[in-house]
Write a protein that binds this ligand. Sequence first.
Ligand code: UD1
Length: 363
Amino acid sequence: MKIISVVGARPNFMKVAPILRELKKFSAHQSVLVHTGQHYDARMSDIFFSDLQIPEPDVFLNVGSGSHAKQTADVMSRFEEVMQKEKPDLVIVVGDVNSTLACSVTASKMNTKVAHVEAGLRSFDKTMPEEINRIVTDAISDYLFTTEKSGTDHLLKEGKKPEQIYFTGNVMIDSLVFSKERMSKSTVLSQWQLIPQQYMVVTLHRPSNVDNHDSIEKILRILDVIQQKIPVVFPIHPRSLKMIEKFGYQSKIESMGKLKLTDPIGYIDFLRLMSQAKAVVSDSGGLQEESTYLGIPCLTMRENTERPVTIEVGTNTLVGLDEEKIHACIDQIMNGTYKTGAVPQLWDGKAAERIVSILNKIG
Ligand code: UD1
């Protein structure tokens, strides 16, 4: 088969890397990598290609930032041209970003089969752009690969046929397992004079948290209390930095002596940072899964999650912006009474192997 795999934004890179590596083992497949350019900064994109050993994209669509409609429309019209030229048998999309939705819809309307990796996740919160991307992508995809049982259940309830759905595990964990040795050699801790288990990591970028004055103010108040107990490292997403500047909170952040604000960091260094942390405080989707695999406590600053297994089996707790709840959890983490988790089923580093073996049978 000729297979186009699509990447666009940061969380896509670690999901596609293991699939590309697996596809390469089969000479019967011709693999084409398309990067939409939704994320374009070196620290949001290029470093992931080198850290994850992803080959240079065959096609770069260079769409950049914009409103949701503009960004999605730009990806669609540019991807349509690629589809016309390449005429693939299958398009693989991963995750839930705007590029996932745009390329799946485009391919489907051109009567090309679509495989969605990380299908069926639902937060049931349509104010999240990702939830809309997930629902639409799953509705038009032909092959659905799920990471946890809830994904399979949602797809069945939405009318997908059982024979389209494959519970194959978590490709994001494949990348983590693949990178473990290099992660252990990262010198990021000594560069920043951090001692294992004696710092926390924070990442925040959801529009509901950072695009809003009141929630940013609340978050900074929470971080201030945490950093008085334990040093905090906060690699900041460009969107969050922009908002902090817009709302005039730089001096507030600078006044927090034990909070270290850094640029976004690469995959290997970030894994090292997370794996040695006392805990992670975040609103990311991926971090809920990676911290569960690593057994690191994760406090998720959201009201809901599309990844319930990280709560039921793993180390994740939803804390929203509830100050009392967050500080109670931080105290549990500090005094060693926070829950310990387990690794969910099939998060074993072999998801891509299972996915490609299914594609081999389909093709
Ligand atoms: C996107 C995804 C989100 C994912 C996140 C990870 C959607 C709807 N959202 O959100 O699911 O969790 O990526 O980062 O697809 N920017 C830069 N440089 C870049 C990329 C973005 O400066 O390389 C800035 C731009 O100002 C841009 C803003 O960040 O407008 C938001 O970027 P965008 O890709 O629209 O959404 P994210 O918030 O990154």
